[in-house]
Design a protein around this ligand. Sequence first.
Ligand SMILES: NC(=O)c1cc2c(N)ncc(C(N)=O)c2s1
Length: 328
Amino acid sequence: PTTVEPSSGNSSERAAWLRAELERANYAYYVLDQPDLPDAEYDKLFKELEQIEAGHPELITPESPTQRVGGQAASGFETVVHAMPMLSLNNGFADEDIVAFDKRVADALDTSPVDYACELKFDGLAISLRYEDGRFMQAATRGDGATGEDVTQNIRTVRSIPLRLKGERIPRVLEVRGEVLMFKRDFERLNARQREAEQREFANPRNAAAGSLRQLDPKITAQRPLSFFAYGIGVLEGMEMPATHSELLDWYGELGLPVCGERAVVQGAQGLLDFFGHVGEKRDALPYDIDGVVYKVNRRDEQDKLGFVSRAPRFALAHKFPAQEALT
Ligand SMILES: NC(=O)c1cc2c(N)ncc(C(N)=O)c2s1
């Protein structure tokens, strides 16, 4: 417990304290994976907040933990035009492709060695989250890169996605890009539930995540164990863009956004290949599916210098694993 717990006398103070306490516990459980409040205790505080809000609807705020599971089922999804397009990645497969990528980048920048941010390539759905003054406002799927579907009500139910950003450095507008995915263990449990309920099972975690996000009823999405990792940025207003991609992800962590810890900054083609080999060894032990790793020139000014060709950045490359033989 962070602050002194106010007596249950003053409803609005009590509601504010409960909200902060539930948000903190939710963050510890879903983002840090270090629960610090027993479930029974969490449920008790949650029910108390629901009761106060039922008695004082004017106290309800959109980012209250009680507002995660949205209203009634939608009839369809609105279209959202991405203020900044969500682009795709060029692929590399063989080591030579990676060496050629690094050579092109080093030549264009007239710099060697180049610093690269290396991360995992999650096998889920790319989405964009819009925050205004730190409040979650809207979520959209990637779609065709230019326009996507508004999945705000469904994304609110993803417990690891904060409804309020935390910390001191909160921008006026921030668009977070990342991946919604389902962990392997959660996928197995969901299919077991599907079997028991005599409902169709999902073929793989990616399909399960996609199917859960496309649910028109947020109450169904809320029952699906979805996760999220932030890895990119769209619109940023009211603050300077961090100088490097790795600093961007560090900042995301301070804001309370889930960022995957399996990342590194390396130098040159050999650094890329070492990262790829290291991840390849631990791939099967990861709790979620990946289909490769992603390399990005780390410095923002060097990314801007390289720009994009057609719809994919010159400064980034996905290095894919050989397709796994279809699991029987
Ligand atoms: N299309 C894209 O730009 C990306 C797609 C993905 C993906 N599926 N997983 C991880 C990352 C990452 N770590 O940057 C990216 S970036």
